[in-house]
Design a binder for this molecule. Sequence first.
Ligand code: 5AD
Ligand code: FES
Length: 368
Amino acid sequence: MESPPRLPIQKNKKMIKEIIEKLASEQNADREELILLLNDKSEDNLELLRVKAQARARERFGNKIFVRGLIEFSNICKNDCFYCGLRRSNGRVARYRLTKEQILGCCENGYALGFRTFVLQSGEDGCYTDEVITDIVSEVKKRFPDCAVTLSLGERSRESYLRLFEAGADRYLLRHETASKPHYERLHPGDMSFENRLSCLRALKEIGFQTGAGFMVGSPFQTTDDLADDLLFLKAFEPQMCGIGPFIPHRDTPFGNYPQGSLDLTLKLLSIVRLLLPDVLLPSTTALGTIDPRGRELGILHGANVVMPNLSPKEHRKDYSLYDNKICTGDEAAECVNCLSLRMKSIGYETVTDRGDFKQHKTTGNKE
Ligand code: 5AD
Ligand code: FES
């Protein structure tokens, strides 16, 4: 016999189970359902969600994990986001920029290691004008025609994005950071705007980039409602890629004393995103690997299907610190690649070297 106070819990548990079943079969959930699911603490439900998400990723990608070579080519940034260690007000960063030849050198090194996607990422550094970037992109495409080029350079004008696309860039990553305007305004100073962030994302998608959005889990002031809105935004926007990682404080920022995002909540969000957007390219991020030694493996087991080893020159790695204690700052590119393939192998997955473009599968709303 169960005591009366436990009844609502059991009922609730059943309801959550139904939400998970619906997520898996209809690839959808409404705001209220997402909030219930996000607040739920039942281990059984969490495991059910994980199993469904991992199965969905397996169905779409088998045991293959796509690898992207990340080249962090400048840590100079004109923005002052409250969470980021590279913000312009942080005077303690040793700033650096790579030249075109240095960037090409990283690609060459990566190509030899099997990479077929290069992610060129930087702060919002005015030095990299459209002319400079288009020149770099065209040269990378010329030298490595079988490779995809992904850019992650922050907010630019529509014209600029168009020029980058015409120069041959295939993909663009720009996390929306949060889908709630009031929350966005608590994470960024007044000279940045939520509307502009969203219009950049829309422009990128319209132009034809495979576009990546995403957000941090556990950023200061984030509520469950905000997270539900992030999920609804992703479902509606349908990005081809989605970057999700825990917030990790950086000591030299205004958010230096805030707690880091939770591992379990980040994993849960990865699983929900896999079920909402079955074909999305979903990295198991470095931030996840930073808050837990097995974070990246756990990300894969929760539905992620991409890893991004670092190809940046070793001497600058530690200077690209968005947050404290970032992993892999002391390792050569080859070490990172080997380490990650061994890690993937240890959980039954295999890293692959093809471009791994976004592919929409025909089947929708598959019933289980
Ligand atoms: N913790 C975790 N992620 C961060 N980012 C920036 N600062 C932090 C931090 N302190 C993320 C942002 C940004 C991406 C490049 O890194 O989401 O879009
Ligand atoms: Fe970089 Fe393990 S992935 S050392």
